[in-house]
Design a protein around this ligand. Structure first.
Ligand code: NAP
Length: 296
């Protein structure tokens, strides 16, 4: 097998578009489909073929990459696409989905003879654009040669977590990592909101923790988005963060683990969305601390 593949990419949102672009750059033949076609159209200039239906995007594909909103969306879209796929095609499922969804998706793959890879990614818009994601992957060792060039095009590193995609070992690790990311995002917003309420200059807080174990690059990155009003365009939208927070809480509950911070985080994302910040970067959870959209 050569190192170039025909890849059908379903979903060209923030992450899917960047991943598709890097697949084209790596020399693969790429067919993209997106529910809102206008978001896929710019990829034609990069050399991707823009398909009108999920089935058209995956016909003749060696590998299918799904990067949609959630597990339910992937199930719906792949049900439309699966009939056009030949048995033995590899399905790289990179959407952040719930544990139960991953099982359902692996089941759908089984019905159509597809080789399922549970392959969520770590990293946001900028690493996705730079082809520097970390791919967390679980799926059969036999057949990895088919997907490795795809992982290499979108990521800097692949972390293999197991051989059974249906067991969702990659998604389990992804949810643990995202619980940390979302907690740090929520904590950043609350610390800045409290500083505002108490009349504390945020810079005094940054100076106080500077260089110590409480300091953190992520705090500065997310705080800057809030303080400099750079929440649009989002790298990771508030609504997507709420979805992930709820998946994390549910995964905990199903496994006997109570996650109060993640649950509170989900409520903050929901409140920020209701105030009008749904499509902004998840750092906008900050606004959940106030009564109006402007944060006052
Ligand atoms: P996004 O920009 O909102 O893209 C979501 C995609 O899902 C779009 O293509 C959207 O189509 C599609 N979609 C939503 N509902 C649909 C439906 N009912 N039917 C068909 N298509 C539908 O989100 P994103 O940030 O790229 O995230 C995509 C996935 O990657 C999510 O699971 C997210 O949790 C995960 N993720 C995100 C990041 C990040 O930093 N952004 C990092 C790692 C993982 P339309 O364009 O038509 O709305």
């Amino acid at each position: 097998m050569t190192d170039t593949r025909t890849v059908g990419v379903l979903g060209t949102g923030i992450m899917g578009a960047a991943m598709a672009r890097n697949l084209v750059r790596a020399g693969h033949t790429v067919r993209v489909w997106n529910r809102t076609r206008a978001k896929a159209e710019p990829l034609a200039a990069d050399g991707a073929h823009v398909a009108g239906t999920p089935a058209e995007a995956v016909r003749d594909a060696d590998v299918v990459l799904t990067m949609l909103y959630d597990g339910g969306t992937v199930l719906e879209v792949m049900r439309e696409a699966a009939g056009a796929l030949r048995p033995g095609v590899a399905w790289v499922q990179s959407t952040t989905a719930g544990l139960e969804s991953v099982g359902e998706l692996a089941g759908l793959a089984g019905e159509h003879g597809l080789v399922f890879y549970d392959a969520p990614v770590l990293g946001t818009k900028q690493p996705a654009e730079a082809g520097q994601l970390v791919v967390l992957a679980a799926g059969p060792a036999e057949g990895r040669a088919a997907v490795t060039p795809v992982f290499e095009a979108v990521g800097a590193r692949t972390v293999w977590t197991g051989e059974d995609g249906a067991a969702a070992t990659a998604t389990r690790l992804k949810l643990v990592a995202n619980s940390w990311v979302l907690a740090a995002t929520a904590a950043t917003g609350e610390a800045l909101a409290l500083a505002k309420g108490l009349g504390v200059d945020p810079q005094n807080f940054f100076d106080l923790i500077s260089g110590g174990p409480l300091d953190m690059g992520y705090l500065h990155a997310k705080a800057a988005l809030i303080l400099e009003d750079r929440l649009v365009p989002a790298s990771f939208a508030v609504t997507t963060a709420e979805k992930d927070a709820r998946l994390i809480v549910e995964a905990g509950e199903r496994n006997g683990v109570r996650l109060d911070v993640a649950a509170a985080g989900a409520e903050r994302f929901a409140r920020a969305a209701a105030l009008g910040h749904a499509d902004e970067d998840m750092a906008a959870a900050y606004f959940a601390s106030f009564d109006d959209k402007a944060g006052s």
